[in-house]
Design a protein around this ligand. Structure first.
Ligand code: NAP
Length: 484
């Protein structure tokens, strides 16, 4: 791993939820682990006038809350000495003059501009940075999601930022790609010979990718109602996970080699017609119910949701990849809010044995289950004989539980990704053509929904979504993992 040189990381949106809850704690952890060089500054920006001490006090309170048992007073004091606060409004040129002065005190450093703001500010920020020459040299810019709400708007943002930063300087973040089990899936697939011969249509029956939440829209109804689950989760996180499962072995771990393979998968996704959307995509919206034993209101009654909203809080869909490796293997993707469990999981279901010497109805096929949250693990399910005089088979698993196996703290996704940006490694960031291909694939779904007189199907909060989600799989004679 390349050592990290002196760096300046600048957080636009430094006063926001993401910076305080995830980004600063991620860097704190890396500092605590001794991975940040002494000459590393963290410059946090917001629009309110404040001095650094005032900002650090606020950041401290939040960090303490989120770091929990990892918080240590001395480590925090050392870490906080890296932080500076500046007042910078995306539209105010003079603020960027002050930012340039601060940065130019240490020329030649690795420079990261992390745009943790609404995407409307990406273009003015990029322009104002360039006006001060801050897009030159070792400068990088990190773009948070959502990058637009369709292909056209995402192209517009990319064009605007692309006027001032080259593609090699642009890091489009998808934090699911920084999760340890996802990185481990890459290692599992490409560092072992065991799986590769099986990783294809002849041996894999179906793939299920699930990312579910128990929470509702919380205080973000305004944003969520315009976005919905398809744009918020499927277009980016779920399709990215699908590419990691389905990509061909890259020629190297080099960023473009990996991203070329992911792009090929996105381009090989069978396009959906308007009619396909009716049979292969399910959209849902939660009504009142109970989650984890507590009654909760329905989406329509959430504060800030417009009456009669058709926003989807749930999506399940069947994707197909038209390649020799994957033709005929359905990839089922599912995401939603106010569901039974908070879960992020990839399930690879292998085909059942073609014939059995142990009689019929053996039960479950072999499966590989990769859990991303709440726990991080990889489990390979096999059938084994129970001890005793009779031959009774039972499903057991080989378990790679990260906590137990490695006995070390598993870093948060943002830790890995922030370190990658600082060291200039683009492998785990989304290239523009990947993003375009993903938008192109989901656009017919958006169009079909916008023109359909039907709204989303409702589901009771605390369940696994509308009944149509189970029906989607049962049409192929399959069921979701938790129903098996
Ligand atoms: P947030 O809490 O609403 O914070 C927004 C930030 O933007 C604030 O720091 C605000 O600064 C700054 N800002 C607003 N207007 C500005 C302007 N004219 N010039 C410069 N800065 C301005 O939002 P967030 O939750 O941190 O999310 C930030 C971005 O990350 C959003 O695009 C969001 O969709 C994305 N994201 C967030 C999460 C998450 O977990 N929160 C996860 C994934 C992606 P002041 O108000 O202090 O001036």
């Amino acid at each position: 791993m390349t050592a990290i040189d002196a760096f300046d990381i600048v957080f636009f949106g430094g006063t926001g939820d993401l910076a305080l809850r995830k980004l600063l704690p991620a860097l704190y952890h890396q500092d605590q682990d001794g991975n940040l060089p002494a000459q590393g500054r963290i410059i946090c920006l917001g629009r309110s006038p404040s001095d650094t001490a005032g900002y650090v006090e606020k950041a401290h309170a939040k960090a303490k809350e989120y770091l929990g048992s990892h918080y240590n007073e001395n480590d925090w004091t050392k870490f906080a000495s890296r932080i500076e606060y500046l007042k910078v409004d995306a539209h105010t040129e003079a603020d960027f003059v002050a930012l340039a002065e601060t940065l130019n005190k240490f020329p030649g450093r690795e420079r990261v501009f992390y745009l943790s703001t609404a995407p409307d500010f990406f273009a003015p920020i990029a322009k104002n940075l360039a006006a001060q020459g801050l897009n030159e040299g070792n400068s990088r810019v990190v773009l948070e999601k959502p990058l637009g709400h369709d292909l056209e708007s995402s192209n517009k943002i990319n064009d605007e930022v692309g006027e001032y930063f080259t593609e090699k300087q642009i890091y489009r973040i998808d934090h699911y790609l920084g999760k340890e089990p996802v990185l481990n899936l890459i290692a599992l697939r490409f560092a072992n010979t065991l799986l590769e011969p099986l990783w294809r249509r002849e041996w894999i029956r179906d793939v299920q990718i699930t990312v579910t939440e128990q929470v509702g829209v919380e205080t973000r109804a305004d944003f969520y109602d315009k976005t919905g689950a398809l744009r918020d989760m499927v277009q980016n996180h779920l399709l990215q996970l699908l590419t990691i499962v389905a990509m061909e072995p890259p020629a190297s771990i080099d960023a473009d080699a990996v991203r070329d393979e992911k792009l090929k998968v996105l381009r090989a996704l069978k396009p959906l017609s308007v009619d396909d959307v009716k049979t292969k995509v399910v959209r849902g919206q939660y009504r009142a119910g109970a989650v984890a034993g507590k009654p909760v209101i329905g989406y329509q009654d959430e504060p800030g949701v417009p009456a009669g909203s058709k926003a989807e809080t749930f999506v399940a869909l069947k994707a197909e990849i038209e390649t020799w490796r994957w033709a005929g293997v359905p990839f089922f993707l599912r995401t939603g809010k106010r569901l039974s469990e908070r879960l992020a999981q990839i399930v690879i279901n292998f085909r059942e044995a073609p014939t059995s010497i142990f009689g019929k109805n053996l039960g479950q096929p072999n499966r590989l289950v990769i859990e991303l949250q709440p726990d991080e693990s990889v489990r390979l399910y096999l059938l084994a004989k129970e001890p005793g005089n009779q031959t009774r088979l039972r499903q057991v698993y080989l378990d790679l539980d990260f906590k137990e196996t490695f006995a070390t703290r598993s870093p948060e996704a943002y830790e890995r990704l922030l370190m990658d940006v600082i060291r200039g490694d683009l492998s785990l960031f989304v290239r523009r053509d990947e993003q375009q291909a993903a938008w192109r694939w989901v656009e017919p779904i958006i169009e079909s929904w916008e023109t359909s007189p039907e709204g989303p199907k409702t589901y009771t909060a605390g369940t696994w979504g509308p009944a149509a989600s189970s029906a989607l799989l049962s049409r192929d004679g399959l069921c979701w993992y938790e129903e098996a």
